[in-house]
Design a protein around this ligand. Structure first.
Ligand code: AMP
Length: 175
């Protein structure tokens, strides 16, 4: 089973994705997580992506598309995958169609998590992520409820960037 999980920033994609991939044993493909890893490892991709991410802008399509194409062709995707945060533009959606055709597979479900903008801003400003296991919590968690490590705020989780990410979602992802 192949799924696309859709929704604006802070809608809860990461939280729900973790549950769904565990339940259905799917490969979890989060372009946001892949990019954050590249930024923290200071790879060529990470260095190119960093500024866009911190401003709440989309990383250019050509960087993302090759990243996802490579990821989808790995063995662990053969029993099903969940795309979380991709596609985010019409061009990405079209390129996904081409990749699926090449791999002789298709999308079975698209799930949209629809949340009001004010609620999104409230959630994102209080969101904290575990620096060790990636658990998604909030500012009431002093340490990670899952592994007791330090919780930190994402560089792009502030009100100004969130409002921009919501605008980007409306203009570039909704179509
Ligand atoms: P996310 O974790 O899905 O909220 O993504 C965090 C940031 O990574 C976004 O605000 C973008 O800067 C970048 N990003 C993630 N996925 C994509 C994508 N499919 N296309 C372009 N940029 C992306």
């Amino acid at each position: 089973m192949n799924i696309i999980l859709r929704g604006g920033p802070g809608a809860g994609k990461g939280t729900q994705a973790a549950k769904i991939v565990e339940e259905f044993k799917l490969a979890h493909i989060s372009t946001g997580d892949m990019l954050r890893e590249a930024v923290s490892n200071e790879t060529e991709l990470g260095n190119k992506a960093k500024e866009f991410m911190e401003a709440g802008e989309l990383v250019p399509d050509e960087l993302i598309i090759s990243l996802v194409e490579e990821r989808l062709s790995r063995d662990d995707c053969q029993n099903g995958f969940m795309l979380d945060g991709f596609p985010r533009t019409v061009e990405q959606a079209e390129s996904l169609n081409n990749v699926l055709e090449k791999l002789n597979t298709k999308i079975d479900y698209v799930v949209l998590i629809d949340v009001d903008n004010d609620e999104i801003v409230r959630r994102i400003c209080s969101r904290r992520i575990c620096t060790s296991c990636g658990y998604i919590g909030n500012d009431s968690d002093s340490t990670c409820p899952s592994c007791d490590s330090e919780m930190a705020q994402r560089a792009d989780d502030n009100e100004q960037t969130v409002r921009n990410r919501l605008e980007v979602y409306e203009k570039q992802t909704s179509p």
